[in-house]
Design a protein around this ligand. Structure first.
Ligand SMILES: NC(=O)c1ccc[n+]([C@@H]2O[C@H](COP(=O)([O-])OP(=O)(O)OC[C@H]3O[C@@H](n4cnc5c(N)ncnc54)[C@H](O)[C@@H]3O)[C@@H](O)[C@H]2O)c1
Length: 435
């Protein structure tokens, strides 16, 4: 087999030499990956189905939180370009697929984009090429879904071309860990496929961790996210009864965290958000149920508890208002932070939406503020951010801190709001009511 991936040479897209890498899907995962590869001197082209996205990237505009326009501008200056033309794959030594895997109606991953990208690659796969899937999915996808599509080309994985899975671990907004210093798990279809894929990632990631195979690499990602999901559910359930028992769970967690071994702190909140924690564990329980016929009970319980939190927050709000003699049906509630985590603009699967819906179902008038969001999509409506935060804090009957964005001065919020209901345990003011 031609192992062209491991002995590629520095070149620029458009030169008459093979490209080092094509990244399929230029979103939250694909763009930072392409950036790190370009920084390390690889020749990289981004392939996306969206014409407007490719144009905007080529014009130096970013649409993801972790990259500024200047970063994209630098990538383009260094030879990166985005395209919708799949013929770039003809000259590529490697391709990494980073397309979305949303939840399907049946509860498993919707593999539509992955299969479509795999078919695109299949039309251009050539001897020696490395194909890596990064999209999060259930174990077996690379081998059972992607491999047959690629092999329809007549070439065989592990014989004519290399095939691997490498889970994406990106944590948008994390200032400490990015693409380069987050170890990369890589599992190949054969040991040689693992070697070739590891050689590619070693060019722009500090530590590569070989997995036994594609299934182990796929499962490692799901274990990581299921672990978080379950532990968040544990503290969410404890938050409910600690409130009843008049025990300060935040202080409990602070104390328990001083144990130097065997304990990792997790914190309660208004519900889990984003496109990993609330979604990925479902891929696993779907697979277990579908293939083995029994439930993955931990995941199903965690799902039930975590998805009950928005409703719980709304009912706690109702009783906070009641204690102050205000009927929630005649109240205005200010939500502070509507994205799924602090300091980013990404609203996908944010628990702020079910919190707002539950408050509205109780008759509350909901307004919002978020330093990163001007217009918030709530169901079929677009809500505009309050014009003046201080005025809104003073006017709202209750303000609920959903995300402790770094732009928020918590002491100021607590002293300006009529009452601050803090679902993140971030405010230490005596007047704050904590989850
Ligand atoms: N965003 C994260 O924090 C994160 C973290 C870990 C894993 N993941 C996983 O990585 C994968 C990608 O997620 P994302 O957040 O980058 O998605 P995204 O929606 O930000 O970007 C995906 C891009 O793929 C493009 N695309 C869709 N179908 C395509 C196709 N057939 N061919 C070419 N391009 C196509 C879209 O136009 C879009 O630009 C998902 O499986 C996700 O679960 C995401």
């Amino acid at each position: 087999m031609n192992d062209s991936v491991s002995n590629t040479h520095r070149n620029r897209p458009g030169d008459d030499v093979p490209l080092d890498l094509v990244v399929i899907g230029l979103g939250y995962v694909g763009l930072p990956l392409a950036q790190e590869a370009v920084r390390s001197g690889l020749s990289v082209v981004g392939l996306d189905v969206s014409e407007s996205l490719a144009e905007s990237v080529n014009a130096g505009r970013s649409h993801v939180d972790d990259l500024a326009d200047a970063d994209i501008g630098q990538m383009v200056a260094d030879g990166f370009r985005a395209t919708t033309d799949a013929s770039v794959l003809d000259d590529a030594n490697a391709v990494v697929i980073c397309v979305p895997t949303p939840l399907s109606d049946e509860g498993g991953p919707d593999l539509g984009a992955v299969l479509s990208a795999a078919r695109t690659v299949a039309a251009h796969v050539h001897p020696g090429m490395l194909v890596v899937l990064e999209s999060t999915t259930y174990p077996g996808t690379t081998d059972e879904e992607v491999r047959p599509l690629l092999e329809a080309s007549g070439l065989r994985a592990g014989v004519d071309f290399h095939l691997a899975f490498s889970p994406e671990r990106i944590d948008p907004g994390n200032p400490l860990f990015g693409m380069r210093n987050t170890p990369k798990v890589v599992g190949g279809h054969t040991p040689r496929c693992t070697e070739v894929a590891s050689a590619l990632y070693s060019r722009f990631v500090d530590t590569v961790v070989p997995a036994a195979g594609t299934r182990e690499a796929e499962m490692a990602k799901l274990l990581e996210n299921t672990y978080r999901h379950i532990n968040i559910a544990l503290v969410n359930e404890m938050a409910k009864f600690c409130h009843e028992l008049d025990i300060d769970l935040w202080d409990v967690i602070r104390c328990a965290s001083t144990k130097p071994f065997g304990f990792q702190p997790f914190y309660p909140g208004p519900g889990v958000g984003g496109h990993c924690i609330p979604i990925d564990p479902n891929y696993l329980s779907f697979r277990v149920r579908d293939q083995l016929g029994y439930p993955f009970r931990f995941v199903e319980l965690a799902q039930e508890i975590n998805s009950s939190m928005p409703e719980y927050v709304a009912h706690r709000t109702k009783s906070i208002l009641q204690q102050r003699g205000t009927d929630i049906a005649a109240s205005t509630v200010l939500l502070l932070g509507v994205t799924y985590k602090p300091d980013i603009a990404d609203q996908r699967e944010s628990p702020a939406v079910p919190v707002a819906e539950a408050l509205r179902a109780l008759g509350a008038h909901v307004i919002f503020h978020d330093p990163m969001v001007d217009v918030w999509r709530l169901g079929s409506e677009n809500l505009t951010r309050v014009a003046d935060l201080d005025v809104a804090l003073a006017e709202a009957d209750v303000s609920i801190l959903l995300q402790a964005n770094r732009d928020y001065d918590l002491e100021h919020l607590a002293s300006t709001a009529r009452v601050l209901f803090d679902t993140r345990g971030a405010s230490t003011a005596d007047t704050t009511v904590r989850l």
